[in-house]
Design a protein around this ligand. Structure first.
Ligand SMILES: [Zn+2]
Ligand SMILES: [Zn+2]
Length: 337
């Protein structure tokens, strides 16, 4: 089978690899579409260390060709792959926190991933997509599972005011999921007018620029209290500080961005005085997959507008470089296998 191998940092070679052999408890999936993610770009340039050669990629959909998934999916069925591996025997797995497994890992980072024609998945890591969902946009459901997992951990409730700081792919997904979970007002914040326009189309009730504009609008909409939940979807300490500033007393903050900075300024006094709850999410649970598939199927979350660029497997290197280049009008890049 054809696969894209990272042989050294920033070097991908399209190679012929042995066809995986399907064993007990496994499902062989013929990949059709894969999303490219920030994690892939960081593995590609060596920012995230990995054992090379490595097949990267962890956001895949396709069709079962052999084996049966635990959810009953069988050959011919369109499926999505849950890339979070777990052992089933450790302290965390016993508690049901399989996404925090001590012996686990991410497909395409710790083990070979899905930038390939076929992938052999554990039978519990494959979920039926159904036939109504557009396959080209479906890899985004994997990203959406982490968003839903974070919002479930923060217990977003009907009637709440939620602010999303940063309107990239995950920020825009956060908006749609918060509305689907019943948030009364969702405020999307970005410095970029194009992305604020997208947020308007995707269900944000109000949009604002970072800083004073966002703060004023939040205070107006909450009788001066501040937001119930603030989601930081950028990964900058300065934006996390903004989240702490606009959350209400007793509010919740989801620091969803991944922070590369080792130090920075935060309003620590507010952390104490407001009794803020900081709620993190590393990955998703298997149960988040059927839940997200249902939200997309019901039309509560629309993934179509996210796909702005498509490449072929042979063009993976160009696709990753495109994703790494600064751009204000690019959202999700998808690979057609
Ligand atoms: Zn990803
Ligand atoms: Zn485990």
């Amino acid at each position: 089978m054809k696969a894209a191998l990272l042989t050294e940092p920033s070097k991908i070679s399209i190679s012929d690899m042995p066809m995986p052999v399907c064993g007990d408890g496994q499902v062989l999936v013929k990949i059709s579409h894969v999303g490219i993610c920030g994690t892939d770009t960081k593995i590609f340039d060596g920012g995230i260390p990995s054992n090379m050669p490595l097949v990267m990629g962890h956001e895949a959909v396709g069709e079962i060709v052999e084996g049966q998934a635990e959810d009953g999916s069988s050959p011919g069925d369109p499926v999505i792959i849950d890339p979070v591996l777990h052992c089933g025997n450790c302290f965390y797995c016993d508690k049901g926190d399989t996404h925090l497994c001590e012996n686990g890992g991410l497909v395409g980072r710790e083990v070979d991933g899905v930038f390939a024609e076929y992938f052999l998945a554990p039978a519990g890591n494959v979920f039926a997509l159904g036939t109504k969902i557009d396959r080209a946009a479906a890899p985004l459901i994997q990203v959406m599972t982490t968003v839903l997992h974070a919002q479930n951990r923060a217990k977003i409730q009907t009637g709440e005011v939620v602010v999303v700081l940063g309107l990239g792919v995950t920020g825009l997904l956060q908006i749609q999921v918060a509305k689907a979970l019943g948030a009364k007002v969702v405020i999307g914040v970005s410095r970029n007018a194009y992305k604020r326009g997208l947020a308007d189309k995707m269900g944000a009730d109000v949009t604002a620029e970072h800083g004073e504009d966002a703060k004023q609008k939040v205070l107006e909409l909450t009788e001066g209290r501040g937001a119930d939940v603030v989601i930081e979807a950028v990964g900058y300490i300065s934006v996390l500080a903004e989240a702490m500033d606009i959350a209400r007393i007793g509010g919740r903050i989801i620091p969803f961005g991944i922070y590369a900075a080792l130090e920075g300024k935060l309003p620590f006094y507010q952390f104490y005085f407001k009794e803020l709850n900081i709620i993190n999410a590393r990955a998703a649970l298997p149960s988040d997959f059927p839940a997200c598939i249902k939200l997309v199927e019901e039309g509560k979350v629309d993934l179509g507008p996210f796909i702005t660029h498509t490449y072929s497997l042979d063009e993976l290197s160009e696709a990753i470089k495109h994703l790494m280049a600064p751009s204000d009008e690019r959202l999700k890049v998808i690979l057609e296998v």
